[in-house]
Design a protein around this ligand. Structure first.
Ligand SMILES: C[S@@+](CC[C@H](N)C(=O)[O-])C[C@H]1O[C@@H](n2cnc3c(N)ncnc32)[C@H](O)[C@@H]1O
Length: 271
């Protein structure tokens, strides 16, 4: 008998009690940059509306909301009950579940999004299982899009916040650089895996997906934007600095060397 996978309790606790994911992409400039760039990369790859979209690890539905507004039919799956309740208010349907064991039928969706699960699954076998499930439920020729946190994101982030000068943070960042892992129980974030661009592309291809393309979501200037916002105390969403960072992300997109500077990457592929 195969046991159903269990999401680490600390991940559920983090998103239920510690962190308000519903505000992450709309209240800070670097969050806004992630939202705008995710929208434009996905819109360029999505089929015409109405498409059937399965948003796995969709959180409180920030992406589901604009996908529904664009005319798509979205079903969201997330292990955090609070997220599922919040998502239901966006116009999508939503249920609790795990990326490694989807309830969806084989070949039933035009698009499967994994914007979260891959970076909360520390073991390669679990990420392979999530990608295999995405491939199973998407129709042949359909789109699979998966987000990852970049291997160097915590180095840039904690420089911008200056937390890197604190020894436990410096040590955690140093470990991520070597292993890609933020181990369960460490403070600051929850259990997470930080991909290299090559690693993300290889995992997508190993799942049998084709035409893999890896995009830098925030591009090379997101941490400058974050530092400026933090240290001036001025909201920079839609400021000239925001527009410059957005322009930089668009210009950087075709250059694989610059993927390492992005906070998140978005891989798109065909089943
Ligand atoms: C940072 S949030 C991203 C939410 C949203 N997709 C976005 O991009 O804004 C990561 C999400 O992944 C979900 N998650 C973590 N482990 C998961 C798993 N094994 N299967 C499905 N979702 C998972 C979390 O509950 C959380 O909602």
């Amino acid at each position: 008998m195969t046991l159903s996978p269990q999401v680490a309790p600390e991940i559920i606790e983090f998103y239920t009690e510690t962190f308000d994911e519903s505000a992450r992409l709309t209240t800070t400039a670097d969050g806004g940059l992630e939202l705008v760039r995710t929208q434009e990369i996905l819109r360029a790859a999505l089929p015409a509306a109405p498409a059937d979209v399965l948003d796995v690890g969709g959180g409180p539905g920030v992406h589901a909301a604009w996908l529904v507004a664009d005319g798509h039919r979205v079903h969201l799956v997330d292990p955090v009950a609070r997220h599922v309740e919040q998502a239901a208010a966006t116009g999508c349907t939503a249920e609790t579940g795990d990326a490694r064991e989807l309830r969806a039928e084989t070949d039933s969706y035009d698009v499967v999004l994994l914007l979260g699960p891959l970076y909360h699954l520390l073991e390669r076998a679990d990420r392979d299982r999530a990608l295999a499930e995405a491939r199973r439920v998407v129709k042949p020729g359909g789109l699979v899009a998966a987000a990852a946190i970049g291997r160097y994101a915590s180095l840039f982030e904690h420089t911008a916040t200056t937390f890197l000068t604190r020894e436990p943070v410096r040590e955690a960042v140093a470990d991520i650089l070597v292993t890609g892992r933020h181990e369960p129980g460490r403070k600051g974030f929850t259990a997470a895996y930080f991909h290299t661009a090559e690693g993300l592309a290889e995992e997508m291809a190993a799942a049998g997906l084709h035409d893999v393309a890896v995009h830098g979501i925030e591009g090379p200037a997101w941490s400058l934007l974050k530092a400026a916002e933090q240290h001036t105390g001025t909201p920079l969403l839609d400021s000239p600095m925001f527009q410059a960072a957005l322009t930089a992300a668009r210009l950087a997109d075709p250059y694989p060397d610059l993927l390492a500077a992005s906070s998140h990457m978005l891989a798109t592929a065909t089943a």
